[in-house]
Design a protein around this ligand. Structure first.
Ligand code: SF4
Length: 331
């Protein structure tokens, strides 16, 4: 439908969301259904034989037969807290016993999210050869993944990626920020994204605090084209421009995945240097309101709504909020 009706005459309007808005979601859905009724069960239908034919073109890694638990790995997890932290956040289960998928974090404090140097890439390519069947994947969250690492190698791999700055144990946490290139590199930008991400990373650089906050997606886009997916961040930051000045609109409650939702803008926008303070205030409300450590930021927003966050950020609720540990105090 986008191919047929999309706005090819105007590059700023060449977006499917613009078309959906112009047609209305109902009319767009109706047109998709009409088209589908012609295609359904036609020659393009995917059948099992075709899946098998395509699968036959791919070779799978030659996995070793490994026990589901590795005694050396278990010992290292007990002996080294930093390794255990990294394993908890950056190592993911694998369908083959004895293997794991590993995320190399490109979100070290002070780095541009997703940025990697030529020297790092050379080193990563060589590590992929040794640890993951020569294969490397890129995630939409702007990290790199070794998809097939055997458990006995995990500790050695961790030791090798540490000096390369690729072992920050922050996958799924607040500093694993998705940020578009923004005003530093993109000619369509209204505002910068990277310095905002770096300022938030610096504010939340304490790993204990970060792990205490738990799972939280924060996404930043430098304009409404939304390449940083701000609208599906648990916290979303959207850069704008008003009379030559950059400002940032904050939304909360967005999510990707099975229970996807769009974030709601909490109110008037902020100057760039205010954004870390606002994020900190949102986190403070969450830490005070959450029902147990298992309740994630997004769950709390869904349970209590955006009003308590809004009240605190815009000062209608002057109560001082403090984390139990007293790590940060509200202004
Ligand atoms: S969202 Fe970011 S990368 Fe995308 S067009 Fe806007 S400024 Fe450029």
């Amino acid at each position: 439908m986008y191919n047929r009706y999309g706005r090819r005459d105007n590059k700023y309007k060449a977006r499917i969301k613009i078309l959906v808005k112009e047609l209305t979601p109902e009319v767009f859905a109706q047109k998709v259904e009409e088209e589908w009724s012609h295609l359904k069960d036609g020659p393009a239908t995917l059948i099992e034989e075709e899946v098998q034919r395509i699968e036959g073109r791919f070779t799978r890694p030659v996995y070793a037969r490994l026990p589901p638990k590795d005694t050396f790995l278990e010992a290292m997890l007990t002996a080294e807290k930093a390794f255990a932290n990294w394993h908890r956040r950056n190592v993911h289960p694998h369908k083959v016993p004895g293997y794991a998928a590993v995320t190399l974090s490109l979100k070290r404090t002070g780095s541009a999210p997703g940025d990697v140097s030529a020297e790092q890439m050379d080193a990563i390519a060589s590590l992929a050869e040794r640890y993951s069947f020569g294969e490397l994947r890129v995630s939409h969250e702007q990290n790199l993944i070794f998809a097939d690492v055997c458990a006995p190698d995990l500790h050695a791999l961790w030791r090798e990626i540490r000096p390369l700055g690729l072992s920050t144990p922050n996958i799924g946490l607040l500093t694993n920020i998705i940020a578009c290139p923004g005003g530093d590199f993109c000619s369509l930008a209204n505002a910068k994204s990277i310095p905002v991400a770096q300022a938030i990373q610096r504010r939340f650089d304490d790993l204990d605090y970060l792990h205490d906050i738990g799972e939280l997606d924060l996404n930043i886009s430098g304009c409404v084209n939304s390449c940083g997916h701000h609208h599906i961040g648990h916290i979303g930051v959207l850069g704008g421009d008003k009379k030559g000045e950059e400002f940032y609109q904050i939304s909360i409650g967005g999510a990707q995945g099975v229970h996807a939702s769009l974030g709601t803008v909490i109110g008037p926008a902020f100057a760039q240097d205010q954004v870390p303070d606002i994020v900190e205030k949102l986190v403070q409300v969450y830490l005070e309101e959450r029902e147990g450590e298992e309740e994630r930021f997004i769950d709390t927003v869904r349970r209590i709504g955006i009003e308590p966050f809004k009240d605190y950020v815009y000062g209608t609720n002057h109560q001082t909020r403090r984390r139990n540990s007293g790590h940060l105090a509200a202004a």
